[in-house]
Write a protein that binds this ligand. Structure first.
Ligand code: GLC
Length: 449
């Protein structure tokens, strides 16, 4: 290597996603697509879309299997058009999707051979998963499956503290006759179907273990055999962390903090690990007609930028309706995100945390792409005329807005009474007084090699 090349290598900030890989605690599949793509669509869909009161409605309202049956009997999503869903996700800048094959209520969206409690036996009468997987693949998105290991419908799965009938002594009595091993066989059999019949599955999201008193831990799911089978059937698959196998090598690949934003890049046993946060548009995963806490496009973009600035992925959820379409509120948000992503995606894909030494400027968040050596300043709160970048002095070759490629210049001389440059360490950008017409403006800094 020439002296010049060595020098430029030395000056180049380290690749944050590589350091994540190196610090894994277990053998891992290739995570590069996942770490690059950063944004995915979660879909929670099932017969709980009919009551439209949260996917945990059976638990929250203590509904019995018998009383829940009416939703099965009326499930007929006549507007279901997975191609439309896939396009909406793609236009929002999403690169992968994750669909609930079965949620805690036990209803299966595919044509499983192991139960009659499935979409093909509802008035709809058809497998929902195959056309969805095909449509998303055709639009270029990777395929992820969510599978609930919890099952409130299966007659052999032990009733425990989160079961809808947990407080019903009659149900509890039935536990004496329940054989958890039979449920394990069913669970593994279904996962086998899903990983055999639908081609390459890129990501598997199991949900979820809750060990401890009256709960369920890895033994109740046969997690060790389950993960072994998963790895054999789909060696490239990425698996989340909810099987209660945290300390087993190969027991998980990514951590999945849910419904909150982390303050620092996620670690496990003191080491940085790959992670993805899943979040809802409103407070529910399943379609919830009356839920009013919808986040604005700006809030959603803030979540995305914040997540990427800490080396994470964002999996944003839509709960399709009982007719099989996306609620207008979801459609609008996806479109709003897409508008931003169309011009700013460069600040998201392939990006991660800024290298050490670069301080996040006031009102801004930083993301950084190690392969292109470009830094992105996301201006969350528009300031006034000057943007002071501490730690950037002498390190930037060129600066431009991402939405229109217009140059952003800076004042070279320190100390002039009209500017506020404060020393050589700081680069002060001159920004327009008016915020450009983009939800969160981004300045792209081409860093010196
Ligand atoms: C929780 C909930 C569930 C939702 C999931 C998404 O585990 O039980 O309803 O599917 O989070 O991560």
């Amino acid at each position: 290597m020439s002296k010049k090349a060595k020098e430029s290598k030395k000056n180049k900030p380290s690749n944050s996603s590589k350091s994540v890989k190196a610090s894994r605690t277990s053998p891992a599949p290739d995570l590069s697509w996942f770490l690059n793509d950063r944004l995915g669509l979660f879909i929670h869909w099932g017969i709980y879309a009919l009551p439209a009161r949260h996917e945990w409605v059976r638990n929250r309202e203590r509904i019995t299997i018998e009383d829940y049956q009416k939703y099965f009997d009326h499930f007929d999503p006549d507007l279901y058009n997975p191609r439309e869903w896939a396009r909406a996700a793609k236009n929002a800048g999403m690169k992968y999707f994750v669909i609930t094959t079965k949620h805690h209520d036990g209803f299966c969206l595919w044509d499983t051979k192991l139960t009659d409690y499935k979409a093909t036996n509802t008035p709809w009468g058809k497998d929902l998963i195959r056309p969805m997987v095909e449509a998303f693949r055709e639009e270029g998105l990777r395929v992820g499956l969510y599978h609930s290991i919890i099952d409130w419908h299966h007659p052999e799965n032990r009733v425990d503290r989160i079961h809808p009938q947990a407080n019903d002594p009659e149900y509890r009595k039935a536990n004496q006759k329940r054989d958890q091993k039979k449920y394990i066989k069913y669970l593994h059999g279904q996962v086998k179907e899903l990983l055999t019949d639908y081609g390459q599955i890129d990501y598997l999201f199991f949900d979820f273990s809750y060990p401890g008193e009256d709960g369920k831990g890895h033994e109740d799911w046969g997690s060790k055999d389950l993960i072994k089978m998963v790895r054999e059937l789909q060696p490239k698959i990425i698996v989340n962390d909810r099987l209660d196998l945290m300390d087993k090598p190969g027991g998980w690949d990514i951590k999945t903090p849910e419904q909150f934003l982390v303050r620092e890049p996620v670690t496990y046993n003191g080491k940085k690990v790959p992670w993805e946060t899943c979040q809802t548009f409103s407070g529910s995963w399943g379609y919830h007609r009356d839920e009013q806490t919808w986040k604005s496009v700006k809030q959603l973009l803030t979540m995305l930028i914040d997540t990427v600035s800490k080396d994470g992925n964002l999996l944003l959820n839509v709960g399709p309706t009982a007719r099989g379409n996306f609620d207008l509120r979801a459609t609008e948000r996806l479109a709003g995100m897409g508008e931003w992503m169309k011009v700013n995606a460069r600040a998201i894909y392939g990006c991660g945390q800024a290298p050490e030494g670069f301080t996040q400027p006031e009102g801004c968040k930083l993301t950084y792409n190690a392969s292109t050596n470009r830094m992105y300043v996301h201006i969350m709160n528009w300031g006034f005329k000057h943007l002071h970048l501490d730690g950037f002095g002498g390190k930037v070759e060129y600066a431009q807005f991402l939405h229109d490629g217009s140059e952003v210049n800076w004042t070279k001389q320190a100390g002039a009474w009209m500017s506020h440059q404060s020393g050589e360490e700081t680069l002060t950008l001159n920004i327009p007084v008016q915020k450009p017409p983009v939800e969160i403006p981004v300045i792209e800094l081409l860093m010196n090699r």
